[in-house]
Design a protein around this ligand. Structure first.
Ligand code: GTP
Ligand code: ZN
Length: 372
């Protein structure tokens, strides 16, 4: 491994140089990391010198520390010429989504098309509820506006406003609403989601004109393009900000507990902000003392989805506690500290290894583990 310090690199401590970056893609045990500061050592190809293909230091594995798309990481001893490095630390995550697996996202941007395919209101509600569960900021883009009259666009924007969301009617054909979308995405780490065929990929290609070039780079390195694998990948927006593309899915997960459904409807939350029902666990159906006004469009969705969740809910399946990810260790003077549990035995066996094993060793080991 090359340990020479290239111009523009920082030295931290005495262990060689390390730099901060963001994980933009994960495949098997390899991580693509985009460094915060360009390496700036004379190459014309800034994008490729700014991005490193990395593995995880053995110590992180031993601690059970996962690395996700969106993670802020420290990369140690980058091998500049080979475009490779090793992740030595993962900074504390601000947010974490399980599906798609993305760390540090700040908002969800849902895309639904006004035509081809037409909006299915109940499906839109399902996506909105899933987005609400993340507690992140939510934006809605209504695509293919060129295919419907202005009155239909306005009608849908007004409906969504009533539901509690700001919607942007947009079209790539006549470039409508794209400035507003850019504004909404600027400076955020946005997860783009929505059903298949609504124009998400087309929108990304429009927002990031040189993307094909970058996708080509990933394909070349990993021998697979994102369109064949559909893994989650982060893209850099020219105006600043990151965009995570996620594979389309048609039936997002609903909350598992029926009692959690009401808080995912802004229409219900708005009403219950300044009044409460007689029973704490009121489901807002026919209960005496229910103060909810039921005269709003999506009340039928609420009732239908509540029935669906109640039918699926099995309290006995959700009573067990998840196994703790940490254990308590008693240190000197009786001081207790939580520390991460070690992963399975296969990692413990490696504990005597040096933290500074060579990149070549790491790659050989990763490739071994990737084999079925
Ligand atoms: N008329 C019109 N068609 C559009 C617009 N945006 C995208 N399309 C078309 O919609 C179709 C689907 O677009 P994609 O970008 O592949 O949709 P997607 O959401 O990425 O679909 P998945 O990859 O299946 O998730 C393509 O034929 C696009 O050309 C638009 O603004 N207006
Ligand atoms: Zn009620």
């Amino acid at each position: 491994m090359s340990r020479k310090t290239m111009p523009g690199s920082k030295r931290e401590g005495s262990n060689g140089c390390s730099r901060l970056g963001t994980v933009t893609a994960v495949q098997a045990n390899f991580y693509q990391v985009r460094l915060d500061d360009p390496l700036d050592w004379g190459s014309e190809d800034l994008e490729s010198t700014n991005s490193l293909l990395c593995t995880r230091r053995a110590l992180l594995k031993k601690l059970g520390q996962s690395v996700m798309v969106g993670d802020r990481v420290q990369v140690e001893d980058p091998d500049w010429t080979g475009g490779r490095g090793a992740i030595s630390a993962v900074l504390t995550r601000q947010t974490m989504l399980a599906r798609p697996p993305v760390a540090n996202a700040t908002q969800i941007f849902l895309v639904f098309s006004l035509a081809q395919p037409e909006i299915d209101p109940l499906q839109l509600t399902r996506f909105l509820l899933t987005a609400q569960q993340t507690r992140m900021q939510i934006g809605v883009g209504l695509s293919k506006a060129d295919l419907v009259p202005e009155a239909v666009q306005r009608d849908w924007c007004d409906r969504l406003q009533q539901w509690g969301y700001r919607a942007i009617a947009l079209s790539l054909v006549n470039e409508q609403g794209l400035g507003e979308v850019q504004e909404q995405l600027q400076g955020q780490l946005t997860v783009l989601s929505g059903p298949s065929g609504v124009g998400k990929s087309s929108l990304i290609n429009h927002l990031i004109p040189h993307l094909n070039l970058r996708t080509g780079l990933v394909s070349q390195r990993w021998h697979q393009g994102r369109h064949t694998t559909r893994h989650t990948e982060l893209f850099n927006l020219p105006q600043g900000g990151l965009l995570a593309d996620t594979p389309g899915f048609n039936q997002p997960d609903l909350p598992i507990h029926p009692g959690d459904l009401a808080q995912l409807f802004p229409e219900i939350q708005r009403q219950l902000n300044h009044q409460s029902c007689h029973f704490n666990d009121c489901q807002h159906l026919q209960e005496p003392g229910c103060v909810l006004d039921k005269g709003w469009e999506r009340y039928d969705h609420y009732v239908q989805l509540l029935e669906e969740i109640t039918a699926q809910y099995d309290p006995s399946l959700h009573s067990g506690r998840e196994e703790s990810q940490t254990k308590t260790k008693v240190r000197r003077h009786g001081k207790q500290e939580r520390e991460p549990r070690l992963e399975q035995k296969k990692y413990r066996r490696e504990s005597r290894r040096s933290q500074h094993q060579s990149l070549a060793d790491l790659y050989a080991e990763e490739l071994q583990q990737d084999r079925p």
